[in-house]
Write a protein that binds this ligand. Structure first.
Ligand SMILES: [Zn+2]
Length: 279
């Protein structure tokens, strides 16, 4: 498999889910050794944040990359789309601190990237092949990865609310299945959390279409795209978070109530062991 970038430049804009600010993004093709680079073009000297430098930090309810004072948040849905399109190299210029939320899932990003087209490059695609069990635990939350020939995920959720079934959803991680089964699952929160999140300055760009607000009976003012849309979105987030490593993972992922915090702890572990130690 060859590395890929996009064929031509594309731009889009939209309201950011958390900050509610409208931002504009321009994606440009990148060279085969560039990797995935974000550029804050609204800041002095337009700092570049390269995923290959392991810049992930755990944010509350979102994933952020930071380099000094420059950061970009809520990148996970867009990264999941890059993973699904098998894009290794791209320059993503943004004029603000958060990516647009679009419909709260990854499907609109996939459509945008597809409209740009993809281009094969000369170098071979690089993967992170998990060689021994890795695990992160925090109370009843856990995230493990086991060596395997393919990438797959098994995700268990339990929100203690009747309208979100306690369940385990398992799926092989490949582009085709991701696009039909996972990519259009939207972000969500419990209705009882919504007021506190808004007070904390989060969810300022959220509405009932791009965010499932779930009460005891189900989603408020919208219909589910899948019966179990929340667990599918958790998988979407996990795929996006893992692509912060800049290379796809090969291994069997088992997540139990994991979120951005445990995902981020796992990323640090894998980055140290499989990327830094190999250079
Ligand atoms: Zn999400």
């Amino acid at each position: 498999m060859k590395k890929m970038t996009i064929s031509k430049e594309i731009s889009f804009s939209g309201t950011a889910l958390q900050t509610g600010v409208k931002t504009r993004v321009t994606c440009k093709p990148a060279k085969e050794k560039d990797g995935i680079i974000f550029k804050r073009r609204d800041l002095k000297n337009s700092p570049e944040l390269c995923l290959s430098d392991g810049l992930f930090s755990s944010g509350e309810r979102r994933s952020t990359i930071s380099l000094g004072a420059a950061s970009i948040q809520t990148i996970e849905h867009f990264l999941a789309a890059l993973w699904a399109m098998e894009i290794d190299n791209i320059m993503v210029e943004i004029d603000g601190a958060e990516l647009p939320g679009l419909d709260g899932s990854a499907i609109e990003f996939i459509k945008l990237l597809r409209s740009a087209g993809v281009q094969k490059q000369n170098g071979e695609r690089e993967f992170i092949k998990i060689t021994e069990k890795e695990e992160v635990k925090d109370g009843d939350v856990s995230l493990s990865i086991f060596p395997d020939e393919f990438a797959s995920v098994s995700y268990y959720i339990d929100y203690g609310i009747k309208s979100i079934e306690r369940e385990t959803f398992k799926i092989e991680l490949n582009s085709r299945l991701f696009e039909t089964e996972i990519a259009s699952a939207r972000t969500f929160c419990l209705k009882e959390e919504a007021t506190a999140l808004l007070k904390a300055g989060l969810g300022q760009g959220a509405n009932f279409e791009n965010t499932l607000v779930i009460d005891e009976t189900g989603p408020v003012k919208t219909k589910l795209r899948f019966k179990n849309e929340p667990v599918r979105h958790k998988i979407l987030d996990l795929v996006g978070d893992f692509y912060m490593l800049g290379k796809p993972i090969i291994g069997r992922i088992v997540a139990r109530k994991s979120g951005h915090k445990t995902n981020s702890a796992m990323l640090k572990k894998i980055y140290q062991k499989y990327i830094c130690n190999n250079n």
